[in-house]
Design a protein around this ligand. Structure first.
Ligand code: BGC
Length: 748
């Protein structure tokens, strides 16, 4: 993967690590000097602007309009006589989507469109490893090129406001800092391969219920501090080449024709030079959309010439409602992107590769760092394979595949290793596996969802167990040394276009798990899901509990390696797991899902910010995840004596000692607190983290770089970020609720 190697010289990580033996102090000053910048992307090229102007001067109005809208499901029109090709797009969060027919959602039915299935967003963010986000980006970028794509509709990065969100599995996190630290390297990696990211969904797209029309109301400070930072970082740091306008409205205007959000904020304030591409069927007008900042209209089947930016736009120009110069502005942006991506201009473009062992290995690496160990009483895990002869594997999720499924975009893949296959691959033949399905994925005929006017109907599950399947599962558990239950959900149940009604485990699994736990206390429960579920009683009754994800082509192998101790788990929850739905902020404030309007009444207190400020205990906190070893995080110290100036960076060092019996990775997390603030503040906010590998008995010094500007709040009156002077508490630990060492610093 040559691009990866090339990139490392450009991307200097913001944290520098020195390993030393127990007790030895590293030379912090030397470390601080080495710390500089983050992953950064390359801007849109202007080298060919004159050539572009000349091309545009030769184009007819019809040709220009053809470039501004879909003329097939995922492509826009080219202008063959001028050497301008179609712009080719594909969905991408889980990998490059299979080919869709040109004029319907039906699969094209090819045998050339297989791709690697990568872990879904929640899995990637649970690694807390930006380097793996870069790996993901560049790997899927190479696959995009091998499939001859120009724009990958990825990453999907809206904040997880409610655990019920249909796209929680696809999005990254509830925290704006973690969000941008994962999104930026992903985008840079992707675009290093001459493919444009299409960052979605801009913006405030945090629920599926009523997504086609709901008007999202967020106060300005919350918008700036919680919902926009990842998009701003995508523009200013990663230099994302395109953004997808969301379906919903924001403050009364649809996002695809929201002059404030597109022209003023995105382009005006952040300097975005790329394309705004609509979500599929998210455009409502011709003239207003274009003037408000939309560049390309994509959509679902209707005659392509009826799209708003097709014949209706041409008519509007002829009627004098919009000038041809305005059209030219958008066409020019598209051509600038085409030259930047080397689609035009003759420079050699990345050719890419697909379905390679190297890419499956990338998917494996991500999956293996994403698995979260929630509970491990009596060191039930890892399983010592040499001491067991029989193992019961229970649950439909042991064999369920998730590359395809549900309403959203998936991947057609030649490889998806299920949990059961992973165990078979990793266990010796002498271990007998007793598999029992236990529960079945069953749905009632579709009925209307219980609340509001949902965009699409949500399927209701059948939660009654089949007694025969339960008997089989209990017998398997009784007759085995060890039992693993693979439970949770899947991508038919957690899906785009509808939100879940509650946190209940579907298909009667809760009852099944209790029955199995009663006959075999040596039972490990593995949840495979993309979002929080109510697992309170499972937590109480089981000794070992793991959370895994829709985890890509190699997900089953990675999971087996964690269960068997070949991999020491290092994933951390990217969101809060509530005890009760009503504890989480959107529900506590009764402000989900709204009807025509949804008002985010919890304000800045999203996710753990709410739980920590209101002193509500979650079931598992943000940033939580155990290891098979133990770590001591200690000796927080700053690089100089106070005070710090507002343009400085604070370097905080801590020592991380592996005090257990296995080498492993720990995520050092930095949370900041400002007491006596002039404004409302969350109890604490994540402002730095680093994943670090420490060998048994060794101590590693980790230095986290905290630019003082990260401590700012957004001042609505001044329309600016303000760093308050005074004292801040910097707290370092291995979850939001496990602070191990802290210090105070003063800002002048
Ligand atoms: C989704 C987008 C997706 C598009 C094209 C829409 O329904 O919201 O994320 O890229 O469809 O498949």
């Amino acid at each position: 993967m040559t691009n990866k190697v090339m990139h490392l010289s450009m991307a200097v990580v913001s944290i520098f690590i020195v390993s030393c033996n127990r007790g030895t102090q590293a030379n912090d000053l030397a470390i601080q000097k080495a710390t500089t910048e983050n992953y950064s992307g390359k801007p849109i090229s202007h080298t060919f602007d004159a050539a572009i102007d000349s091309l545009i001067s030769q184009m007819t109005l019809e040709e220009k309009s053809g470039m501004l809208h879909g003329t097939s499901m995922f492509n826009t029109e080219g202008v063959a006589r001028l050497g301008i090709p179609e712009l080719k797009m594909a969905d991408g969060p889980l990998g490059v989507r299979e080919e869709i027919s040109r004029d319907s959602w039906a699969p094209a039915g090819l045998d050339t469109d297989f791709a690697t299935y990568y872990p879904a967003g929640a899995g990637l963010s649970a690694t807390w490893n930006p380097a793996l986000a870069y790996t993901f980006g560049t790997s899927v970028g190479e696959e995009s090129r091998a499939r001859d794509k120009d724009v990958l509709l990825s990453p999907a990065i809206n904040i997880i406001r409610t655990p019920l969100g249909g796209r929680t599995y696809e999005y990254f996190t509830e925290d704006p800092y973690l969000n941008k630290k994962i999104a930026v390297p992903f985008i840079v990696g992707l675009q290093d391969n001459d493919v444009a990211a299409c960052v979605k969904h801009y913006a405030a797209n945090n629920q599926e219920t009523n997504r086609d029309f709901v008007d999202v109301q967020i106060d300005e400070r919350t918008l700036r501090e919680i919902y926009l930072p990842v998009f701003e970082a995508a523009v200013s740091e990663a230099k994302a080449y395109s953004m997808m306008g969301a379906y919903n409205k924001f403050r009364g205007e649809y996002l695809c024709e929201n002059d404030h959000m597109l022209n003023e904020v995105l382009r005006g304030e952040w300097g975005f030079e790329g394309l705004v591409i609509s979500d599929w069927n998210a455009v409502h007008t011709s003239v207003n959309s274009l003037k408000s900042g939309l560049d390309i209209e994509m959509g679902t089947p209707k005659p392509f010439n009826e799209f708003f930016l097709a014949d209706p736009l041409i008519d509007s120009v002829k009627a004098g409602k919009i000038s041809e110069a305005e059209i030219d502005k958008h066409v020019k942006r598209i051509l600038q992107l085409m030259y930047t991506l080397k689609i035009m201009g003759g420079a050699e473009r990345v050719k890419g590769s697909i379905n390679t062992e190297a890419h499956f290995k990338d998917a494996y690496d991500i999956a293996s760092e994403s698995v979260v160990l929630l509970k491990n009483e009596n060191n039930l895990l890892p399983i010592n394979a040499s001491e067991i002869s029989t193992i019961a594997v229970i649950g439909a999720n042991a064999t369920k595949k998730n590359a395809l499924g549900g309403f959203g975009a998936g991947v057609k893949t030649k490889r998806e290793v299920t949990p059961l296959e992973g165990l078979k691959n990793r266990l010796s033949q002498s271990v007998k596996i007793n598999y029992a399905e236990g529960y079945q994925e069953r749905y009632a005929p579709k009925i209307e969802a219980k609340f509001g006017d949902v965009t699409h109907e949500r399927a209701e599950t059948i939660d009654e167990l089949d007694p025969q399947l339960v008997d089989e599962a209990i017998n398997a558990a009784k007759n085995s040394d060890f039992t693993i239950i693979f439970a949770g959900s899947n991508r038919d149940f957690e899906t785009e276009a509808s939100d879940r009604a509650n946190l209940d485990l579907p298909f009667g699994q809760g009852e099944l798990i209790e029955k199995v736990l009663a006959v075999n206390p040596n039972t490990i429960v593995v949840m495979i899901a993309g979002a929080p579920f109510d697992i309170t009683s499972i937590k109480e009754k089981s000794s070992a509990l793991i959370y895994s994800w829709f985890n890509g082509s190699e997900g089953g192998n990675a999971l087996a390696d964690v269960l068997l101790g070949n991999i020491n788990p290092s994933g951390k929850l990217p969101w809060t797991m509530p005890k009760n739905l009503q504890d989480s902020p959107a529900h506590a404030t009764n402000s989900f899902p709204g009807d025509k309007v949804v008002s985010y009444d919890e304000g800045i207190l999203v996710g753990y910010r709410w739980f920590d400020t209101k002193k509500i205990d979650p079931l598992y906190p943000f940033g939580y995840g155990l290891s098979y070893t133990t770590f001591d995080i200690k000796n927080a110290r700053a690089d100089k004596k106070d005070p710090y100036l507002k343009n400085e960076t604070i370097y905080i060092s801590v020592d991380v000692e592996n005090t257990g019996k296995m080498d492993g990775k720990e995520v050092v997390q930095l949370y900041t607190t400002k007491k006596d603030s002039d404004v409302e503040r969350a109890a604490q906010e994540l402002k730095g983290f680093e994943k670090v590998f420490v060998k048994v008995g060794q101590t590693t010094t980790v230095t986290l770089a905290l630019p003082v500007k990260e401590l700012a709040y957004y001042d609505v009156d001044q329309k600016d970020w303000i760093v308050e002077s005074g004292t801040y508490n910097l707290k370092i630990g291995n979850s939001s609720r496990a602070i191990k060492t802290d210090l105070s610093i003063t800002i002048q």
